[in-house]
Design a protein around this ligand. Structure first.
Ligand SMILES: [Zn+2]
Length: 210
């Protein structure tokens, strides 16, 4: 079994309890867990003493054998959580490292939409810049890819939390996917931590080449 009991101290009342934590979630054998990953309730716990709900971070490997996706959620600042697993990185698995449950959800949504998260991260940069240019008082901390009835979008996060959603222009995405990703070097292509830093680094190196 990939679950265990983890001691946790309620940040509100200070009482200690045990909660079920999952070191690995295989949605092939445990499809019922996927919903709890997507609504992040797998990483939340409600205190039985005072009722306070808090987010709990613990390391977890998300594994979708059918789609060949492995995503490590870890609090550790690691560049490549799969380094010592040569046989996996040689296979055709898509390997990713994320630091927050919301980032894990975002990766799943991107991959299940058939998109490339690297192109999405590059796209986010331009959306972020135009948002902050159009709204001078808006301090965008992060954008999260989202899927809604009218297509793709980005949920906007500022210091105040999630403040809204902007639509994503799919033609811009296709343009990035077609013209920019082929400029990736092997190191950039093999990295598993694909986030804003990755996109900034990629833009810098490709601009130096031109
Ligand atoms: Zn409590």
């Amino acid at each position: 079994m990939d679950s265990y009991q983890m001691e946790y101290k309620c940040p509100s009342c200070g009482k200690k309890h045990y909660m079920t934590a999952w070191s690995a979630v295989n949605v092939g054998t445990h499809p019922e867990l996927k919903e709890k990953v997507l609504d992040t309730s797998l990483f939340e716990f409600q205190c039985p003493h005072c009722g306070y709900t808090s987010g709990i971070l613990y390391d977890c490997l998300y594994h979708d054998p059918e789609r060949k996706i492995m995503i490590v959620l870890t609090g550790q600042e690691t560049e490549n959580a799969f380094e010592n697993q040569g046989d996996i990185s040689q296979s055709r698995y898509r390997l990713r490292t994320v630091h927050l449950p919301n980032e894990l959800v975002e990766k799943i949504l991107i991959f299940e939409s058939g998109l490339d998260d690297r192109a999405v991260e590059i796209m986010k940069l331009s959306v972020k810049i135009s948002l902050m240019t159009d709204h001078e008082d808006l301090d965008v901390r992060n954008l999260y890819f989202s899927v809604n009835d009218s297509g793709y979008g980005f949920v906007v996060e500022t210091d105040e939390g999630f403040v809204g959603e902007v639509p994503a222009d799919e033609s811009v995405y296709r343009e990035i996917e077609r013209n920019m990703l082929k400029k990736m070097n092997i190191m950039q292509a093999e990295q598993t931590l694909i986030n804003e830093d990755w996109a900034v680094n990629f833009i810098k190196t490709t601009e130096r080449m031109n």
